[in-house]
Design a binder for this molecule. Structure first.
Ligand code: G4P
Length: 525
């Protein structure tokens, strides 16, 4: 098969949702369709169980499982589908943000009773920033749900994107009858008898003619009214607008009952983008270019404490990856060869000889890789866009065992490469500060330092509002600022200046006093 054809048939995407909206259930149903798993329940184990939110041992256990479900690839009707898993737990949001840099599109799952929730809003910000095309699946229609118009309004307002319903629900809750598939002009009736099967699907030439009424009484009149209102109120589907991330097609269904999932998948395969252009600092790279390029978006380390094994997840952006061929690691300027690159097919890992744009491969690593690293065939290229976001929680980290100073430094270094948290070094006193997205991370770090590096650390509380990366239009103003705020200045892992604002007010004062400096909550701007 030609490289062009391999690219065209690839769909690499992520499913995002607020916890409990149904991401795991939907993932599982998609895998069932793809024949990648045979029984329901296979994906469930990746979830951090409710009630385990403060139990980091449980999280350690889950970490082992999550490597298997990080990427789930399967073949379906000629397409190669790669689903990239994103952790549902909000303390791991940073990991999700990074994974979103490796997808070509996204499916957002929303709970029909709840509408848009906090975590979805945040993740959508990342999609918007990267102009990632999104499709929305409104789930749990078999339960009492909010009015469809209200839900669509909610999505438009909260996620700041124009919506375009491609299916319409017929009632909801115990009275849920199915959906009218606007995209295919079919009526799909809902039955709960056999959860692995689809309900009946009836082709309709004109829903307004009454030909479908008998199947959906007493809701026929209401459905037609709603369809009329909807076609007047929402734009018709336009693929270019979707691909430009300005229009989100919306489907209704029930993942648990396997309802509306096939429509979603079929439409997704037709319209979702295959890998296109990836932006590097030096230039834009097209997936069809002959030479291999790719970047590391995730590192999974030390699954076995006895072996320092790390698995770097690389998204192929262009060309063909070949096993045992030397590639250029642009940050270290080293040539590296990989004898056992791993492909991920559902739960199984296997060694691959070739991989194509859109594919994710796992490379065994002995410490060469950091998140964001680029591989090429010799070109000095550095992919953009693995941003760090300002952490929400900060603590000073101190060595608790003077004899293990080196181990601590090494452990911290590795964990930061892996993206577990961010490390800042205060510019005035050299003290190390760890910043995380959730408080759970501190426990994870302490535990892993102890178990994997034999180092022990102690935390000291530190109240900070945000870490701000800076951009300045006036060099002298920046120098002046850094001098005055030296106690609050730090370096990030790349040596960039970061202002650690103690409060929102302190940041506001800084913004007012130093108008030529721009403060960003994200490291790429
Ligand atoms: P998440 O990954 O987004 O966190 O959500 P997950 O799929 O685990 O779903 C959360 C809960 O919602 C699960 O129930 C799941 O069975 C249920 N669910 C998912 N889709 C639907 C749907 O279409 N209809 C209904 N009624 N429920 C749905 P749970 O009781 O929390 O977990 P479990 O005991 O079933 O594993």
């Amino acid at each position: 098969m030609s490289l062009k054809r391999e690219i065209e048939r690839r769909r690499t995407f992520g499913i995002i949702s607020h916890p409990d909206a149904g991401k795991t259930t939907l993932t599982e149903k998609l895998l069932l369709f793809g024949g990648a798993i045979q029984v329901a329940g296979a994906v469930k184990s990746n979830k951090i169980k409710k009630g385990a939110t403060s139990d980091f041992m449980e999280i350690e256990r889950q970490r082992g499982i999550s490597v298997a479900t990080s990427v789930m690839g399967f073949e379906y009707e000629g397409y190669k589908v790669n689903i990239l898993d994103t952790p549902g737990h909000q303390d791991f949001a940073e990991d999700t943000y990074r994974t979103l840099t490796a997808v070509d599109s996204v499916i957002i799952v929303i709970d029909a009773a709840k509408g848009v929730e906090a975590q979805t809003r945040k993740l959508m910000e990342v999609c918007r920033m990267r102009r990632t095309p999104v499709i929305v699946f409104i789930n749990k229609m078999d339960r009492p749900a909010r009015d469809p118009f209200e839900l669509l309004d909610d999505i438009e307002n909260e996620l700041e994107i124009q919506v375009c319903p491609l299916s319409w629900p017929i009632s909801h809750g115990p009275d849920f009858r199915g959906v009218f598939n606007i995209f295919e002009q079919k009526l799909n009736l809902f039955t709960t008898e056999d959860k692995q099967r689809l309900g009946e699907s009836i082709e309709i030439t004109d829903i307004f003619s009454g030909e479908a009424d008998k199947y959906i009484q007493p809701h026929a009149v209401n459905l037609k009214e709603e369809l009329e209102l909807s076609s007047a109120g929402y734009p018709a589907f336009n693929k270019d607008e979707y691909l430009a991330a300005r229009l989100a097609p919306v489907f209704f269904g029930s993942a648990l009952n396997n309802f509306g999932v096939r429509e979603l998948l079929d439409c997704f395969l037709q319209i979702a983008p295959s890998p296109g252009i990836t932006v590097a600092h030096e230039r834009r790279v097209t997936s069809g270019e002959e030479k291999l390029t790719g970047f590391v978006f995730k590192i999974h380390a030390n699954m076995d404490p006895n072996h320092r094994d790390r698995l770097a997840f690389v998204k192929i952006c262009s060309g063909t990856f070949e096993r045992n061929k030397p590639y250029f690691h642009t940050r270290s300027k080293k040539s590296l060869k990989f004898s056992s690159p791993t492909a991920f097919m559902a739960e199984k890992k296997s060694v691959v000889d070739y991989a194509f744009p859109g594919d994710i491969i796992g490379l065994h690593d002995t410490g060469n890789f950091k998140i964001g690293d680029t591989l090429t065939e010799g070109e000095d290229l550095n992919y953009k866009g693995i941003p760090s976001f300002s952490p929400e929680f900060f603590r000073y980290v101190e060595n608790a065992d003077p004899l293990k100073f080196k181990q601590l430094a090494k452990g911290l270094d590795h964990l930061m490469d892996e993206g577990v948290a961010q490390l800042f070094v205060n510019q005035s006193n050299g003290r190390k500060i760890i910043g995380t997205v959730g408080p759970l991370q501190f426990d994870v770090i302490q535990f892993r330092l102890q178990h994997e590096y034999g180092a022990s650390c102690r935390y000291e509380p530190l109240r900070l509002y945000k870490a701000c990366w800076m951009e300045s239009f006036s060099k002298s103003q920046l120098e002046d600022f850094k001098m005055r705020k030296l106690l609050n200045m730090a370096h990030d892992k790349w040596g960039r200046d970061v202002f650690l604002a103690e409060t929102a007010y302190a940041l506001q004062m800084a913004q007012e006093k130093f108008p030529d400096i721009k403060f960003h909550f994200i490291s790429e701007f």
